[in-house]
Design a binder for this molecule. Structure first.
Ligand code: AVJ
Length: 329
């Protein structure tokens, strides 16, 4: 990948390009073929995801939002335990859901320090602008780091506690072993009295789960297929997106929704910038995402295994989604 160092990209963009190239070479050389879900979130993909969150079939966002709307005050009170709270979030902000918690903290202590954590400083810039414009009383301090490799933040000051948000079912992209490792890494960066708020999607009727990833308007299909456009643009690929089809299935044994891109035909795809090509058989798939669904008690079990003390779990009336607070003792 020598030629990348001669590109006109900024140093951060160059690191992203390198990460994309490595992930694609490894994932498409593997058998079965796979690509990591973080690749979805280029500019177009982030816009499509935000459209997904408003789809009638995609119950996750609005269900979690309703839980936060009802219980944000209690969540903040439990996390603070009378101390001054700062709020970190893994991922660059989940907009209106984060706002509910920040508002509850401001109601309690007047102001709040919000520390969004993300590998992408452009995602953080966007989140910072939005939050500072929309919520007076919030001070934003960006933390550019890859939280999947641990959470290396400054210790909170005396009399302060940190609440870490990991909401939106983001942990659902990781298998149980990876999720445990990830949360252990988060736990290692925290101190006694700190806490973690974890949002997980719950197992429910198959038809409801499947509909959420096979929406009638085809936005999830566009989100999945956008990956191919991204690789065409960033790696000089020659994917014909019409030669692939979106597929989402419920894997009961693994308790996860899987998304795949299925090759309609036997074809070769070339990546000019990688000097590399990859062959697809007709019907061969690229596994692009896992979205794990939890049974009651499993989120608490995960928190325990990662070294947290599960404190309270809040759910909606239909038990479709759970938000759990785990504390560091
Ligand atoms: C952002 C990982 C929570 O798994 O539901 C939405 C991503 N993929 N539709 C999810 C997603 C397809 C989403 N997470």
């Amino acid at each position: 990948m020598k030629e990348m160092t001669r590109s006109v990209l900024s140093p951060t963009a160059e690191r992203v390009a390198e990460r994309v190239a490595l992930a694609v070479r490894a994932g498409l050389a593997a058998q079965p073929k796979r690509l990591p879900p973080w690749l979805f979130y280029d500019h177009a993909g982030s816009r499509l995801f935000s459209q997904i969150t408003e789809l009638p079939e995609y119950y996750l966002t609005r269900t979690e939002r309703s839980i936060l709307a009802e219980h944000a005050g209690a969540m903040i009170a439990q996390a603070a335990q009378g101390a001054w709270l700062r709020i970190a979030e893994l991922g660059a902000g989940s907009a209106d859901k984060t706002r509910l918690l920040l508002a509850a903290a401001i109601a309690r202590q007047g102001t709040v320090l919000y520390e969004p954590v993300d590998v992408s400083s452009s995602a953080l810039d966007a989140a910072q602008k939005r939050i500072e414009r929309e919520i007076p009383g919030v001070r934003v301090a960006q933390r550019v780091l890859d939280y999947t490799h641990g959470l290396d933040l400054d210790p909170p000051q005396a009399g302060e506690r940190r609440l870490v948000l990991y909401i939106g079912s983001s942990v659902g992209n990781f298998d149980p072993a990876e999720a445990k490792q990830l949360l252990k890494g988060v736990r290692a960066g925290l101190f006694a009295g700190d806490s973690l708020l974890l949002g997980v999607d719950l197992v429910k009727e198959d038809s409801l789960l499947l509909a959420a990833y096979n929406d009638a308007a085809g936005i999830t299909a566009a989100f999945n297929l956008n990956l191919l456009d991204r690789l065409n643009r960033e790696l000089g690929g020659d994917f014909n997106p019409d030669a692939f089809v979106h597929r989402a299935l419920w894997n009961q044994a693994e308790s996860r929704i899987e998304m795949h891109l299925v090759s309609r035909i036997s074809q070769r795809v070339r990546f000019a910038r990688l000097h590399w090509a990859v062959d697809f058989a007709a019907g061969e798939t690229i596994h692009t995402e896992n979205s794990y669904k939890y049974r009651p008690g499993q989120a608490e079990e995960l928190l325990t295994k990662a070294g947290f003390e599960p404190a309270t779990t809040w759910t909606d009336a239909r038990d479709w989604f759970a938000v759990c607070l785990g504390r560091v003792e």
